[in-house]
Design a protein around this ligand. Structure first.
Ligand code: SAH
Length: 459
């Protein structure tokens, strides 16, 4: 799933996606169905209300085409429209329906998504399980519990990561006392109230803001919505602490849910790389391309960089980035913020004879689907080639792709092509990924959207 839905497209140099009039409360939804839940945890929980008829479809079911049961048997939760032989009954969007094989064998209880190419997402592969408030609440509690150890590192965390937490389509980020949600599938959308109640209970956070305004919902046939779901209107900026550094997050107007929590550990890595070299006496020059609110730039400055040049096409993001320098007590003289298109800015820096010791490339998603892989590959090649031309001997390039459609091997090949064309010698010293709060469920490899390479140029 990578969906970094609000990053703008390659070369588009767009301002961050903004949504207007987001303060309106999101309409109350129908409650989730309550049948019975086989899980012991759920049995201890009180029932949260009766199921509306629309979500109870005893007679509805999805019958797969012959041979199309394989992926569900391997516990992969997605049922593509092309795998469906027929839909029996008339389930509502998001209703829980059984999915059966061609021979009638039970495969999964799944959420029906009438408008999506992923026509259903499995909640459970256990026939005896019941998808009700208890089961969903237990999953929310488990997801929150799994991240309990990360709270010391950061007050900005992904608490729920969709499929990886058995809640397909649900994203929940926590910024201090504030929760921010994205309901990206019909299934989780139909169970909003139960999920919100469980999140508030599991975290003790009363304030929940919804940012269900990404492109993913459009593909699900769901309207783009945003607003307060529970508690108070969020403040203009929420301050978070990440590995000791302070950042402001605008959950209403920022990208995604406001901040890129997924790069937390890579920002720390960059800081320690700079620290090592600065400790050795180097006057280190950093370049942060697609800097957004300056996460990697602040990490470099905090690590002791002599100068950090940061580029983004969004003036608002850059203004926030500049505020982060003062917020962290760093020297503003060492930071240059350039509002520009990275594709052209890299060429201009080369023409000016610039060189950098640490370069970060963290672009938006260039490939939004498999159809765009070739065009995206050219864009990745271009920025990597031009960044390598600016990399000083012995320098580090940390290059990322958050396009789910481009896997690690392909990304590595693209970057290798850039190394050849740049005519430099370089090693890959590490493969990088999103942090521990974005775990990869082994049965759902598609969840691995963010991949990175750490290259070191020969001295
Ligand atoms: N590294 C950041 C996240 C980057 S998000 C962090 O750690 O927080 C991608 C950023 O690329 C966004 O801020 C977006 O405004 C910017 N962007 C998109 N296309 C661009 C382009 N062609 N040139 C410059 N910036 C661009």
């Amino acid at each position: 799933m990578k969906a970094r839905p609000t990053r703008s497209k390659a070369g588009a140099a767009r301002a961050p996606q903004r949504t207007k009039g987001q303060s309106a409360r999101v309409a109350q939804r129908t409650k989730a169905p309550l049948l019975h839940d086989a899980s012991p945890r759920a049995q201890r929980r009180p029932a949260r209300g009766a199921a509306p008829a629309a979500l109870l479809h005893g007679e509805a079911r999805i019958v797969l085409r012959p041979g199309k049961e394989k992926s569900l048997l391997r516990r992969h939760p997605w049922v593509y429209a092309s795998a469906v032989a027929r839909l029996e009954g008339t389930p509502a969007s998001g209703a829980t329906v059984p999915v059966v094989a061609d021979d009638g064998r039970f495969l999964a209880w799944a959420a029906y998504s009438p408008a999506s190419t992923i026509r259903a997402r499995a909640w459970t592969f256990e026939e005896s399980a019941r998808v009700d408030a208890g089961l969903l609440a237990a999953r929310v509690h488990a997801a929150v519990q799994r991240r309990a150890g990360l709270a010391a590192a950061s007050s900005a965390l992904r608490l729920v990561f969709g499929e990886a937490d058995a809640l397909p389509g649900l994203i929940v980020d926590r910024y201090g006392p504030q929760l921010v949600t994205q309901f990206q599938s019909a299934g989780v959308d139909a169970h909003r109230d139960v999920l919100i109640a469980a999140l508030r209970e599991a975290t003790g956070c009363g304030d929940v803001y919804d940012r269900s305004d990404g492109a993913t919902r459009t593909r699900e046939g769901l309207p783009a919505i945003a607003g307060v779901l529970a508690g108070a209107e969020p403040p203009e900026h929420i301050e978070v602490t990440e590995h000791g550094l302070r950042f402001l997050v605008d959950v209403r107007r920022g990208h995604k849910t406001g901040y890129y929590v997924d790069q937390r550990d890579n920002r720390r890595l960059v800081r320690s790389l700079v620290e090592e070299r600065a400790a050795a006496g180097a006057a280190l020059r950093g370049l942060n391309c697609f800097c957004y609110t300056g996460g990697f730039s602040i990490a470099m400055l905090a690590g002791g960089a002599a100068a950090v040049h940061s580029i983004d096409s969004s003036a608002d993001a850059l203004a926030m980035a500049a505020r982060h320098v003062a917020l962290n007590g760093l020297d503003a003289q060492r930071a240059v913020w350039e509002e520009a298109d990275v594709f052209t800015a890299l060429r201009a820096l080369k023409a000016a004879g610039a060189q950098f010791d640490v370069i970060v490339l963290d672009p938006p998603k260039f490939a939004s689907s498999h159809h765009h892989v070739e065009r995206a590959a050219r864009a990745y090649k271009d920025i990597n080639l031009n960044a390598l031309r600016l990399l000083a001997p012995g320098g580090s390039l940390l290059t990322f792709s958050c396009s789910g459609a481009i896997d690690t091997d392909l990304f590595q090949k693209i970057v290798a092509g850039a190394v050849i064309d740049a005519d430099v010698e370089a090693w890959m010293v590490a493969r990088l990924s999103a942090g521990e709060d974005h775990p990869l469920l082994m049965t759902v490899p598609e969840s691995e959207y963010l991949k990175g390479l750490h290259l070191v140029r020969a001295a």
